[in-house]
Design a binder for this molecule. Structure first.
Ligand code: NAP
Ligand code: HSE
Length: 428
């Protein structure tokens, strides 16, 4: 059988893993697809850079068009990152009938619909399993494994860098700045770690997961996003004391046809399975109306885990080629989204307030909750070890986001509240 020829764009962490898997697992891959899979050409920025993999110099090029315009190439594997130039290359490759496999969540979260429409027009496949949770096959699971169910909730730890930081802060009492530096040195963080710590990387991944899980056209702008840069050691200590772990969670929720998608540091009850996902690991918890609770766990990044997802996508393209059924993904997202308003988004919340330590203060605070019909699950007051304020820790019952916003605004204007120190969503 004619070999499947790959044009590889990028030979960094993931690209190197792709070469290793294609070469190391060739026999198994061939048995599955019925023909050899070959890496024909590789795009790099700098051909003379030393590589930690043996690759023939003739295969390397610094000219992307040499690959995209090569009629011999069947599949473009894009693992170079970036948005503007990769989008241009993808659209051109599709118009030349080439199939695409990409790990690029930034590109797919922002321009996925345009790229998928072009793919449909030219009867090409676009697969992007590696774009979310690296080695966990969560996209195929949502699309195929859950095709007979109605998913009502997706909760994900989908950013390894922030999970690594929060785990180290929780388990070792380390400071945010020190652990971020370590995560960068270990290669977990994006080139600009702002997108990790401010939640944007997770928001892009949740855009992809919620679109596929709810079969709706969720856009990045629909995801309410907050990162971990203002999380303190004190918050983590309180979470632990109350039986919670603080995690950066992506939460996509659906009731009837109304959906909400958000990313925020969240207090997760320590008994919830996602609370024990530590370090650089990722996990995606999915609740289906019929199946109930499920959870998928594994490496969210790294050379070989991410490359397994990429090469599995190449296998899917090759199988479709054999059956002559490429380019039939458009039916995956067919519902017009209906987003919840803040009045319709409901959750428990944790609040840490610094208040004046005098008679009647607690009563005034609980009155504010009563005024906005927010019911309380627990209230704890204790002296503040570092200043004359008292600390009040409150966990609410389910409250709507709009009402909670009004409560916080009220506290900010109340003379007895010196500081609204922290507010976190609570899950589990
Ligand atoms: P990386 O290590 O920085 O590698 C990028 C590669 O692309 C390098 O080989 C670089 O060439 C090449 N490249 C970049 N810009 C180029 C340009 N303008 N022209 C030609 N070549 C260019 O990146 P990575 O960590 O492998 O990540 C690649 C993609 O996978 C990104 O979209 C990332 O978000 C995604 N991803 C990564 C992981 C992970 O674990 N790293 C996990 C999931 C998804 P040189 O080698 O010559 O510099
Ligand atoms: N920076 C990302 C993370 C890499 O920390 O999860 C994988 O997408």
């Amino acid at each position: 059988m004619k070999p499947i020829k790959i044009g590889l764009l990028g030979l960094g962490t993931v690209g190197t893993g792709v070469v290793r898997i294609v070469e190391g697992h060739q026999e198994d891959l061939q048995s599955q697809v019925g023909s050899p899979i070959m890496i024909e050409k590789v795009l790099v920025q700098n051909k003379s850079k030393s590589r930690n993999i043996a690759i023939s110099q003739e295969k390397l090029t610094e000219d992307p068009w040499e690959i995209i315009r090569d009629p011999e190439i069947d599949v473009i594997v894009e693992v170079m990152g970036g948005i503007a130039h990769t989008k241009e290359y993808m659209l051109e490759a599709l118009s030349r009938g080439k199939h695409i496999v990409t790990a690029n969540k930034d590109l797919m979260a922002m321009h996925g619909p345009e790229i998928l429409a072009k793919a449909e027009q030219y009867r090409c496949d676009v697969f992007y399993e590696a774009s979310v949770a690296g080695g966990i096959p969560i996209i195929r699971t949502l699309v195929e494994g859950f095709s007979s169910d109605r998913i009502t909730k997706i909760m994900g730890i989908v950013n390894g860098t922030t999970n690594y930081i929060l785990t180290k802060m929780s388990q070792e009492g380390a400071s945010y700045e020190d652990v971020l530096k370590e995560a960068q040195e270990l290669g977990y963080a994006e080139a600009d770690p702002t997108s990790d710590v401010e939640g944007l990387d997770a928001a892009r991944k949740m855009t992809i997961l919620s679109s596929l899980g709810f079969r709706s056209n969720v856009d990045l702008e629909d995801v309410s996003t907050e990162g971990i840069s203002s999380v303190s050691k004190e918050d983590i200590l309180y979470a632990k004391r109350l039986g919670y772990e603080l995690k950066l969670l992506g939460i996509a929720d659906r009731q009837d046809d109304l959906i909400s998608v958000s990313v925020q540091p969240t207090m997760v009850k320590e008994t919830h399975p996602i609370a024990s996902v530590n370090g650089v690991f990722n996990a995606v918890y999915v609740y289906g109306e019929a199946v109930g609770e499920t959870m998928f766990y594994g490496a969210g990044a790294g050379e070989l885990p991410t490359a397994t997802s990429i090469v599995a996508d190449v296998v899917a393209v090759a199988k479709n080629l054999r059956l002559g059924v490429n380019g039939q993904q458009s039916s995956l997202i067919y519902k017009e989204k209906k987003l919840k308003t803040d009045e319709q988004i409901s959750s428990k919340y944790f609040l840490l307030l610094h208040v004046a330590d005098r008679a009647g203060v607690l009563a005034r605070i609980t009155q504010v909750f009563a005024d906005y019909e927010v019911s309380l699950e627990s209230v704890l007051q204790q002296p503040n070890p570092t200043n004359p304020d008292a600390e009040i820790i409150i966990i609410t019952h389910d409250a709507n986001k709009a009402a909670l916003g009004k409560v916080i605004a009220m506290f900010e204007s109340l003379d007895v509240v010196n500081k609204v120190k922290s507010v976190y969503r609570v899950e589990g």
